[in-house]
Design a binder for this molecule. Structure first.
Ligand SMILES: NC(=O)c1ccc[n+]([C@@H]2O[C@H](COP(=O)([O-])OP(=O)(O)OC[C@H]3O[C@@H](n4cnc5c(N)ncnc54)[C@H](OP(=O)(O)O)[C@@H]3O)[C@@H](O)[C@H]2O)c1
Length: 308
């Protein structure tokens, strides 16, 4: 963890923990932090966070934790009616997330990897496509930060992944294997470590709205879509992404697995242009895009630059 991350993380983690037990949260409440837990502030206290339909920092802008609080508090919940869907990709300058052969360890630098583990720790579940599991055999755990592992959700509509994949067999976190409803499950391919979830696939593609509703009904308030490009693009096309983190690393792959692929716009003014906040993560640059904001911004006052 960077120094800034280490200083801010206990507070962010406490906010996320408090949000998970949202019954104790009251709009307008202000909180003090003892290094471990947040408690409602009494008169004379110096509160550090306020809760008003979401967390807000009360620390001065000069506080070294402020950049991390700006970045991570919006992810800390709780959600009233729908989950927060956060998509992330790490890509090269020329927009690729892996080499043509599928190598992606590591497109982004060490600070960005810690950032990704923080996103996992703040999420109730992490979704990946079958292509990512086939290429990377990832664990999808929070090994680099102090925080809970999310439930792992693998989109494997045709059940093409072997049961020997780590997410299905390592027992490190609960795993949901999502298949298309008309695909049958041969008995031999089941495992005690995973739960199978059937989702409609009306036009051959999984109905991602049905999936998100199902995850919400299971109490998942923050959903991280971690890749790869096909999966993140499918969530974006379905209009399900609330927030998007694109980390750009300063190198060129040349030809490889693409990141975002969305239907092309005829005119530049028709392109999706979310107002970003921009952070430096080591030598990488993170674009934190609020996909629900309709405010038009270029490089003006609404773009905040911070260095982590
Ligand atoms: N740099 C990064 O941030 C990052 C992150 C993750 C992965 N990666 C890299 O990216 C590569 C894999 O990415 P990718 O884009 O090729 O594949 P992917 O998104 O990981 O997986 C795509 C597959 O997932 C299933 N899937 C996803 N959405 C679906 C939907 N709506 N309906 C039905 N099936 C759906 C399909 O499986 P079927 O093919 O079985 O139908 C689809 O082909 C790997 O090389 C990995 O190393 C990089």
């Amino acid at each position: 963890m960077t120094h800034q991350h280490s200083q801010a993380w206990p507070l962010i983690r406490a906010a996320a923990r408090t949000a998970r037990d949202s019954t104790v949260l009251k709009n307008g409440a202000r909180y003090v932090f003892d290094g471990e837990t947040l408690t409602a502030a009494a008169a004379g206290d110096h509160p550090v966070l306020a809760f008003e339909n979401g967390w807000r920092s009360l620390l001065p802008p000069s506080d070294p934790r402020q950049a991390c609080l700006d970045l991570y508090l919006p992810l800390a919940g709780p959600r009233a009616n729908t989950p927060l869907v956060l998509a992330q990709l790490g890509q090269s300058l020329d927009g690729f997330i892996a080499t043509a052969g599928g190598q992606s360890h590591f497109v982004t630098g060490p600070t960005s990897i810690v950032h990704l583990h923080i996103l996992r720790a703040l999420s109730d579940c992490v979704i990946v496509g079958a292509g990512t599991v086939a290429a990377d055999n990832p664990r999808l755990t929070t090994r680099l930060v102090d925080g809970p592992n999310p439930v792992r959700v693998v989109l494997d509509p045709q059940l093409r992944l072997p049961i020997s994949c780590g997410v299905f067999s390592d027992g490190q976190a609960p795993t949901l294997r999502v298949r298309a409803r008309n695909v049958t499950l041969p008995g031999a391919r089941g495992s005690a470590d995973i739960e199978d979830l059937e989702i409609g696939a009306p036009s051959g593609k999984l109905d991602l709205h049905e999936l998100v509703n199902e995850l919400w009904s299971r109490g998942m308030q923050t959903i991280l879509v971690e890749g790869g490009g096909v999966t993140v693009s499918a969530f974006l096309a379905a209009g399900l992404v609330d927030r998007m983190h694109i980390v750009v690393a300063p190198f060129v792959i040349g030809e490889g697995r693409p990141g975002l692929r969305v239907p092309s716009a005829a005119k530049l003014e028709d392109c999706v242009r979310p107002p970003p906040r921009v952070y430096a993560l080591g030598s990488d640059v993170l674009f934190d895009c609020d996909m629900r904001s309709h405010s038009q911004s270029e490089s003006g006052s609404s773009v905040i630059r911070r260095v982590l």
